[in-house]
Design a protein. Structure first.
Length: 502
């Protein structure tokens, strides 16, 4: 009698098989490969060259990052320093050179401990990002004009952020062991290159990508430590603990979740504790500033405010945004517990971070960096990824043209308010589109590119191939046979035999 091999044995055989070739399953990837000689053939000698997929992905990521630096050249050579709107018309704005003097690094002030002149009394960034900024200031020559120092400061930060970009690309390429070429989605993402040096977000993104890799390798404590460090650099990474909690609930992996939570809490306290203890007012500035900040660029709240005669107060927006985010969290939890198959971690991670971005009262253009690695893991399909990226590039151009319009006086060079609202709408629709496709993959697992390749959840670590212990709704009583489709079906990480073999 024919039977199905155990999840553990068949899962191991799947992982030992050759990597998935995107040119064989993705039309866009196959077409794009013509630029470098066409799709990989069946008789290609794999593993015989120094040019492994991970190395190629890393070098492409560095090359695209370098192109992003070139795009900032008009600002480096003057637009940051001369003229209020030229840095916007050239779409090359960056916070980094402006904050070198504006946040006291040029004067040797210690972040969080020393008060700053002006309206912002303390550095308004999380502690680990502040450390990153401070280290870059130590590497910046203190001689020469302030313009010369700011140029150096930006270049030093760019070098450090380039290392972060390479780490992100490598981690994504290695998280799904059989799909290393998915890292090219990150490496070639145009919005990634354009926004990489606007701010310091890549530090938190790199730590989060490394955390995802550790979880995929089954190292729960290391995942927690890295996620705690990422949260000490930017607030959003802690959101990943929510989906992980529900996934571990469904799979009964409470011990692994506990180790991850412990590692995250301890790492966050180790970084933040000394500053909280000795400079609480400076440490808390990030949190009070986030709470007191009004409706700002990129959010649908701004569209409402600019089209209303009586805009909502900041407190009201904070409350409504929090309620919307909680509703999204409840929706993701319900989806996780009722889906016909347990969703993949990367899918839920993208959805929860996207929900935060969509409901937040501000969307800075570099926030797209948060989503790029998660999108590559959640939906490794070039068509959908590029549709979303096109919307983000349109928003990137839209916000700078809008700022050029508002800073050019009577000349009105740039994009007026109504045009900027359309740019915001494109960003919102592009993100919602990718969310919708991912939700469809969760509800219809046979549409998921990762699972169609024969895997369950290659970024899931202990969740990969695990049986459910708590399920709600129809998923608790699945039908005996799934709908037919061309290709291998997968059940909890085990490739089901379709040729009659045991």
């Amino acid at each position: 009698m024919c039977g199905m091999a155990s999840a553990e044995s068949t899962q191991a055989s799947v992982r030992e098989s050759e990597p998935v070739r995107p040119t064989q399953e993705d039309e866009i990837a196959a077409s794009g490969s013509e630029l470098i000689g066409g799709p990989l053939g069946r008789r290609a000698l794999l593993g015989t060259s120094w040019w492994t997929p991970v190395r190629v992905v890393a070098l492409v990521a560095i090359g695209m990052f370098a192109l992003g630096l070139v795009q900032k050249a008009p600002c480096y050579n003057g637009a940051w320093f001369f003229g209020a709107s030229s840095q916007y018309t050239h779409a090359c704005y960056s916070d980094i050179p402006h904050l070198y003097q504006g946040r006291g690094f040029a004067d040797g002030l210690v972040p969080y401990f020393d008060k700053l002149p002006g309206d912002m009394q303390y550095l308004e960034y999380p502690v680990l990002t502040g450390v990153f900024m401070e280290v870059a200031s130590w590497l910046t020559p203190g001689s020469g004009t302030i313009q010369h120092q700011e140029q150096w400061y930006w270049m030093v930060n760019a070098g450090m952020l380039m290392a972060c970009a390479a780490v992100i690309a490598v981690c994504v390429a290695r998280t799904h062991a059989r799909r290393p070429w998915d890292g090219l989605l990150v490496a070639l993402a145009p919005a990634f290159a354009l926004t990489a040096t606007i701010n310091w977000d890549l530090l938190a993104v790199a730590l989060t990508a490394a955390a995802m890799l550790m979880w995929a390798r089954g190292r729960s404590l290391a995942f927690g430590v890295l996620l705690g460090l990422a949260t000490a650099a930017k607030l959003y990474p802690f959101l990943l603990l929510g989906p992980l909690l529900v996934l571990c609930w469904r799979a009964g992996k409470w011990r692994d979740f506990g180790k991850a939570l412990l590692g995250a809490v301890v790492a966050w306290i180790v970084v933040n504790g000394p500053v909280m203890l000795f400079a609480f007012e400076g440490w808390s500035k990030f949190y009070t500033f986030s709470q007191e900040r009004g409706v700002d660029f990129g959010s649908f709240w701004l569209i409402l405010a600019q089209n209303s005669t009586d805009p909502l107060s900041t407190d009201t927006v904070n409350t409504l945004a929090t309620l919307l985010m909680l509703l999204c969290c409840a929706g993701v939890a319900a989806l996780t517990l009722t889906a016909p198959r347990r969703p993949r971690l990367a899918q839920l991670a993208f959805l929860i971070v996207a929900a935060f971005i969509l409901t937040n009262k501000v969307y800075s253009p570099q926030y797209v960096l948060w989503l790029v690695p998660l999108a590559a893991l959640a939906r490794p399909k070039w068509r959908d990824f590029l549709i979303w990226q096109a919307c983000e590039v349109a928003y990137f151009l839209g916000i700078w043209m809008y700022l050029a319009y508002t800073t050019s006086g009577d000349a009105h060079k740039g994009l007026p308010t109504d045009g900027y609202h359309w740019a915001i709408g494109l960003h919102l629709l592009g993100t919602l589109y990718l969310c919708a496709v991912i939700v469809r993959d969760i509800l219809m697992p046979d549409r998921d590119p990762v699972r169609r390749s024969g895997d369950d959840d290659p970024s899931g670590g202990v969740l990969d191939g695990a049986e459910d212990v708590f399920v709600l709704g129809p998923a608790a009583h699945p039908p005996r046979h799934a709908a037919h489709f061309d290709g291998p079906t997968v059940e909890w990480g085990a490739r089901r035999a379709t040729d009659g073999s045991p």
